[in-house]
Write a protein that binds this ligand. Structure first.
Ligand code: PDD
Length: 285
């Protein structure tokens, strides 16, 4: 595998040898991963490696790295970039051919691109000071393979921008049956009368790692299990609380949807309880 690094002193971009004929550039023909790091330690690295391997398999990309190789790469990136709190970005494309052709090339080495970037330092969850999100609901017009963490993110980018153009910070997406799918760069949870629900894993959503962790944490330490099922837009609009989850944002409350308050319009009590459990989990990692 050809590896290209970016960041810090590790290897400046000028030295990066990425061909303009790389299929990552030409076709978005690749898989990526974002792994959060707190106090120098990756969170749930194995889940991220497994999801990457699922992605490679789904697009017929042969990458036979062992867990140890991925772990060593992440360790090196953390060390060379000052450690602490950061995000690791890994991307593997099918590689660079000598011309532009849609079919998979033969005898081409995959290209890996790796960098780190800043993510917010986790703070003790607090009802008064929590940052909350305003979402805009938009029909999900992406493709039917949203479970693949593909570098081809134009559909997500357009939805994200549409929400920003409308004055919101994220898009809450629903399918043509008026069922919640996810956000453009996060998963979504809906809470009513203390019951937490989130859409089932399917080809309509990315199987988020933070989503998985929140479900596991609630099952282990919470008072009731998260329901993984179809969530209708009627439920979304009637919700007491809405949350979004991602590796970079963590678990964030949503207090506005389509310019209307969610529930009381304030950050909710259930969020506080689960976010506190998630915060402790991250620190104990
Ligand atoms: N995005 N759904 C989509 C479409 C996403 O892009 C993401 C994450 C998630 C949440 O997945 P996870 O909890 O594993 O981060 C759900 C990343 C952070 C990104 O593209 O930057």
């Amino acid at each position: 595998m050809n590896i290209v690094f970016l960041n810090g002193n590790y290897m400046p971009i000028q030295e990066a040898k990425i061909s303009p004929l790389d299929r990552g550039f030409l076709f978005g023909d690749g898989i990526y991963e974002v792994i959060p790091v707190y106090s120098d330690i990756t969170v749930a690295l194995m889940y991220h490696i497994n999801r990457m391997n699922d992605g490679f398999k789904a697009i017929g990309l042969k990458v036979n790295w062992s867990e140890n190789q991925w772990e060593a790469l992440c360790k090196k990136l953390i060390e060379k970039n000052g450690g602490g709190t950061l995000g690791i970005y890994l991307q593997v494309s099918r590689g660079a051919d000598t011309n532009r052709a849609h079919g998979f090339p033969s005898n081409v080495e995959p290209t890996m691109f790796a960098m780190t970037f800043a993510i917010p330092i986790p703070k003790t969850p607090n009802l008064e000071t929590a940052k909350s999100f305003a979402l805009k609901s938009i029909e999900d017009l992406r493709w039917k393979r949203c479970q693949i963490k593909s570098t081809a993110l134009l559909g997500n980018v357009l939805h994200f921008q549409e929400s920003h153009d409308a004055g919101a910070q994220e898009a809450l997406l629903y399918n043509n049956k008026q069922q919640l799918t996810e956000a453009s760069a996060a998963n979504v949870f809906v809470i009513k009368n203390g019951v937490i629900a989130t859409p089932l894993i399917s080809n309509q959503i990315l199987p988020g790692i933070t989503r998985r962790l929140v479900i596991d944490i609630v099952a282990n330490y919470g008072t009731s299990a998260v329901e993984e099922r179809i969530v209708t837009m009627k439920e979304v609009n009637d919700a007491d609380e809405i949350w979004i989850t991602s590796s970079t944002k963590g678990l964030m409350p949503v207090t506005q949807l389509d310019d209307k308050p969610v529930g009381s319009g304030k950050v909710g009590q259930v969020w506080l309880e689960v976010a506190t459990l998630y915060f402790k989990y991250k620190l104990s990692y």
